[in-house]
Design a protein around this ligand. Structure first.
Ligand SMILES: NC(=O)c1ccc[n+]([C@@H]2O[C@H](COP(=O)([O-])OP(=O)(O)OC[C@H]3O[C@@H](n4cnc5c(N)ncnc54)[C@H](O)[C@@H]3O)[C@@H](O)[C@H]2O)c1
Ligand SMILES: [Zn+2]
Length: 379
């Protein structure tokens, strides 16, 4: 096997360095990889009933009975990503006798990773953490970068900590049981990496989208590995989201607004980002000089993810106002990540509101008309 394809990817963050192992069968090797981290007084798997039912056999194969893992399950619905779950899990750790030398292994999607990571960050002021992401989103995005946390009734991810894991084990074989909509939503983030940082990944997706959608093992491993390498590189340079890390938000200014005006009920996050990336491509054409053929390619690739829930029936001004109240917006100024060409993106913070509204009016048509016929947006 080509060693470049099996070597661990290193993340170097101010809060700590860690390796990301991304390959088929990584879960089966978990025991060895964990042993390399040192000795732990006890091992605690944090997961959800859904993930556990789907993957118990594979998990027990990698973390065998001789490590005597304690299993703590909690409901991983987004509505349960809250402080009550943190309280329940930490009490369960106390009950199992976890001390400062304990290891927490968070096995699941982004919800398990965010809650489990925050539990590891705060229990006894911090115990060791290993992430085993089991959704596409978690493998290419949420398990990397050290962000952990929970929601409050007042908003998403309002309480949390930057807490680096000791290790991330991303095994594409764990994705075989993932529901179709979750899988397709995750592809939006993969396409995003191609647009912002890797034209070759974008080209690979154009050629191999059918194989990726079939979850062909080789194609999947390749795109996940490239996505991880890109996120690792970005967060290594900029852990706390000041400059470079912002490019990871390509499609997200629009996407978050769509999620927010539909009260997080119509779109899966990736689906909103998919619409958002098409909008960002069009906006790029208007203000960043993105050539029409690049816009067409982005839109065409996003469309191949499969059908998206329809654009909501809201006025562009309502979406713009949702963008302004996003917690990441500074001074209520609209900021967009736009790609001048494939593989290269940067933030623009002086986009006229009129142009944004115009894109929002055009956007619903993008699905029904080829983009070349849209021309310049001048209504
Ligand atoms: N920390 C970060 O940097 C970061 C980044 C992106 C997203 N997030 C967070 O991640 C969360 C979304 O995560 P997600 O998209 O991974 O979805 P998720 O964690 O909500 O999981 C989606 C569903 O898939 C199930 N599931 C997970 N793995 C499975 C498997 N292998 N087989 C069968 N079912 C499986 C889960 O039980 C759940 O029902 C959000 O809360 C979001 O805020 C965090
Ligand atoms: Zn996202």
């Amino acid at each position: 096997m080509n060693s470049a394809k099996t070597k661990a990817i290193e993340v170097r963050a101010a809060s700590g360095n860690y390796s990301v192992v991304c390959r088929r069968g990584a879960m089966a090797q978990a025991q060895k990889a964990i042993a390399r981290l040192g000795k732990f007084s006890s091992v605690h798997i944090l997961s959800s009933p859904l993930v556990w039912n789907a993957l118990e056999k594979k998990i027990r194969g990698g973390i065998p009975a001789r490590l005597a893992p304690n299993v703590h399950l909690f409901d991983d619905a987004e509505s349960e990503k809250n402080l009550q779950s943190v309280e329940g899990l930490t009490q369960s750790l106390v009950g199992a006798g976890a001390d400062r030398g304990a290891l927490v292994v968070a096995i699941g999607g982004g919800v398990v990773g965010d809650v489990g990571g925050f539990v590891a960050a705060s229990y006894l002021r911090g115990v060791s953490l290993v992430h085993v992401p089991t959704t596409l989103v978690a493998q290419v995005d949420s398990a990397l970068g050290g962000k952990t946390g929970v929601n409050l009734p007042e908003g998403k991810n309002l309480v949390g900590a930057f807490y680096p894991p000791r290790l991330v084990l991303a095994d594409p074989e764990l994705l075989t049981t993932l529901p179709e909509r979750e899988f397709r939503g995750g592809l939006a983030e993969v396409i995003k990496y191609g647009v912002i940082a890797d034209a070759k990944l974008f080209l690979f997706l154009e050629k191999q989208m059918d194989a990726v959608l079939r979850r062909d093992a080789g194609a999947l491993e390749h795109v996940i590995r490239r996505s991880i390498a890109i996120k690792a590189q970005v967060v290594s340079k900029d852990e706390k989201e000041s400059g470079l890390r912002e490019i990871l938000n390509f499609g997200h200014t629009f996407g978050h607004a769509l999620e927010s005006v539909t009260r997080y009920s119509r779109f899966q996050h990736g689906e909103a980002v998919a619409w958002g990336m098409m909008c960002a491509a069009l906006l790029g054409h208007e203000v960043a000089g993105t050539p029409a053929d690049v816009v067409s390619r982005i839109v065409a690739l996003v469309r191949r993810m499969g059908p998206l829930p329809p654009w909501p029936d809201v006025k562009p001004a309502v979406l713009v106002s949702a963008m302004r109240s996003d917690k990441k917006v500074r001074n209520r100024k609209l900021r967009f990540v736009l790609a001048k060409k494939l593989g290269q993106a940067r933030t623009f913070d002086d986009v006229p509101e009129k142009t944004v509204e115009c894109i929002l009016r055009c956007a619903p048509q993008v699905f029904v008309k080829p983009v070349e016929t849209l021309g310049k947006c001048n209504d």
